[in-house]
Ligand binder design. Sequence first.
Ligand code: PLP
Length: 377
Amino acid sequence: MNKQYWNFSAGPSKLPREVLQQAAEEMLDWHGSGQSVMEMSHRGPEFTQICDEAEADLRVLMDIPEDYAVMFMQGGATAENAILPMNLIARNASHSADYVLTGIWSTKSYKEATRYGTVRIAAQSHQAREINGQAYEPWTWVPAFEEWKVNPDSSYLHFCSNETIGGVEIGGLPNMQALGADAVPLVVDASSHFLSRSLNIRQTGMVYAGAQKNAGPAGVTVVILHRDLLGHALPYCPSAFDYVNVARERSRFNTPPTYSIYVAGLVFKWLLAKGGLAAIESENINKAKALYSQLDNSDFYHNAIQPEYRSRMNVPFTLHDDSLNAAFLDGAKKQQLLNLKGHKSVGGMRASIYNAMPMEGVMALIDYLKEFERQHG
Ligand code: PLP
């Protein structure tokens, strides 16, 4: 147990050791209350404090103004892919929404939304493309914001800001005015890089994220929604998923995922103590830079993503010879470098370096990359 393991898994969860330690210490008796957080009434004073503090801390971390509701929901981002159109697609008379497709997750969101209204594709990277003389495979590049064709009377424009499987990250936000659609709110699935970088919430209508990469354990989905967008739920939207109810009851319309909210709250405090999102973003930039430089400095490894859209969180790469994959993974495991196998749809390797992965872990991986290349190159 004292061995240092580095877990590069894409999920469900990567939590800071200090947070896990604190949760373990408080497991049986939270702050002298005589109860575990799991045993508390979700309407009692102790959990009310935990939930309110989590919301308040997240508001500080992300600079979320009061005209946005912060909701802790259940069902993961997959459920949110349905809950979102059920709540928002009827904002306009034509019940339509626009989606940008940049990989597997945004495509899933799009497909789910088609069940609830007219859904258009504003831009997509499902085909190969040459950019600056370089050939890119499907889902390894991103259509530039200027190419997004947004219908001005769309109920919202959806995109996924970090494609966890493809390793494609869209760091900025499009200027909706420049796209001729300033009345269209942006909706962002930020699941796999939530709280890893700054994000101007004021430029969005809604941001949602399954907590389980950077923000906490699986079980809680964070939804941040501009209150102007409330009140358009389709008649068949379950009441537990109607944002009006969840926002009004401050995430306690029904029993929320109390323990996951509590741990997410500890993560928010951990981030605040570190110096907030600017501080963690700078760590994440350094970690990603170090890893991508190592991959780029060798013909042995390859990352195929358009450089300006390379994810800081999920770094897919291949070895120049696929037949070495098993030996690579085997050797990595012996060095306590876990879960480097790529997603089955992409193959190769993937190193997920979420907030809780320190530079030390990334350096251990880099040392291994060098050593494996020395032995097999
Ligand atoms: N969106 C993104 C970007 C994801 O990475 C994931 C899961 O990894 C999902 C959506 C689906 O999340 P969940 O499994 O919590 O429903």
